[in-house]
Design a protein. Structure first.
Ligand SMILES: [Zn+2]
Ligand SMILES: [Zn+2]
Length: 247
C-alpha cells in the first residue's frame, strides 16, 4: 500500500525540455499501480513550451490510457505581481488541473520574498489555481507562513515536489540552500496542517523513470518530513476529488 495513488504533476515532450510521451508516462504509471496521473506541461510563456492551441485540444485525449486515469492540465507560469497566469481564459477553463508556479525562462521578474509571496497569494485568490507547484525554492523564496495561511483559506493545495525535495534531502548536510528548502517546506506543512489545509505530493517527472520511482521516493519524503497522511489530498482518487473538482 503506497501513500499516493495519483500523480498530479508530470511533463511530456510537449514541454520542450522533457523526454517522455503521454502514452509512455501512462504505461509506467500502470506498472507502478498509480490510478491516475495529470499531464501538466508548462504554460506558453516559458521558453520552448506549447502554445495556447495545445491546451485547447486537451479534450481529444481519452480519460483512460492503458488502464490509468488521465487528467489534462497545465503547470501555468505566474508572470506578473498581480498573479496573472500565462494562459487565456478559454484554454485555462478547459484544464482539469491547474498548477501554477514561479519559473525561470518566463517573463516573471520578481526576486524578493515580498514580490514572490504577493504574486503567489494573488494567483491563489484568482480562483483558477488548484495547486501551487514547489511553493518554496531558494531561487524564489516566499513567506511560507503567509502562503500556507492563504492556501488553507482558499482551498488551494500546496505541493511537496518529490523531485525538488528529494534532491534537497540528499544534499541537506552539505548545502545551505538544500537545508533551507527542507526547513521551509516543513514549516509550510506545519502551517498548512494547523489551519486544516491540504498538500499534494507530486513527481514533477520530466522522464518516465522519475514517474517509475515516484511512489518509493514519495514514501521516503513523507517519512522524512513526517507528513500526516491525512493531509495528502492525492492519497486516493476519492480524497483528491473532494479537494479539487477533477471529475
Ligand atoms: Zn515547476
Ligand atoms: Zn513541473
Amino acid at each position: 500500500m503506497t501513500a499516493v495513488a495519483v500523480d498530479l504533476h508530470a511533463h511530456t515532450v510537449a514541454s520542450g525540455h522533457a523526454f517522455s510521451t503521454l502514452d509512455e508516462l501512462a504505461g509506467v504509471a500502470a506498472v507502478c499501480g498509480l490510478e491516475m496521473i495529470a499531464i501538466t506541461d508548462h504554460g506558453p510563456s516559458m521558453e520552448g513550451s506549447p502554445h495556447d492551441g495545445y491546451f485547447e485540444m486537451v479534450g481529444r485525449v481519452p480519460s483512460v490510457v492503458g488502464g490509468v486515469g488521465i487528467l489534462m492540465g497545465i503547470e501555468a507560469n505566474i508572470i506578473e505581481f498581480d498573479g496573472s497566469l500565462d494562459l487565456g481564459f478559454d484554454a485555462l477553463s478547459s484544464q482539469q488541473v491547474v498548477l501554477a508556479g514561479l519559473h525561470e525562462r518566463t517573463p516573471y521578474v520578481g526576486t524578493s520574498e515580498l514580490d514572490n509571496t504577493r504574486s503567489i497569494l494573488r494567483a491563489m485568490a484568482g480562483g483558477s489555481v488548484h495547486v501551487v507547484s514547489h511553493p518554496f525554492r531558494p531561487r524564489y523564496p516566499v513567506d511560507v507562513g503567509e502562503v500556507s495561511r492563504a492556501a488553507a483559506d482558499t482551498g488551494v493545495l500546496l505541493e511537496v515536489n518529490v523531485s525538488l525535495i528529494g534532491r534537497a534531502l540528499d544534499r541537506a548536510d552539505e548545502d545551505t540552500d538544500a537545508r533551507r528548502t527542507v526547513l521551509e517546506t516543513s514549516r509550510m506543512l506545519e502551517g498548512l496542517s494547523s489551519r486544516g489545509g491540504l498538500c499534494v505530493v507530486s513527481s514533477d517527472a520530466h522522464h518516465s523513470s522519475e514517474l517509475a520511482a515516484f511512489t518509493e521516493r514519495a514514501g521516503r519524503i513523507i517519512q522524512a518530513l513526517e507528513i500526516d497522511t491525512g493531509m495528502i489530498a492525492n492519497r486516493s482518487v476519492a480524497t483528491l476529488s473532494e479537494a479539487i473538482p477533477i471529475l
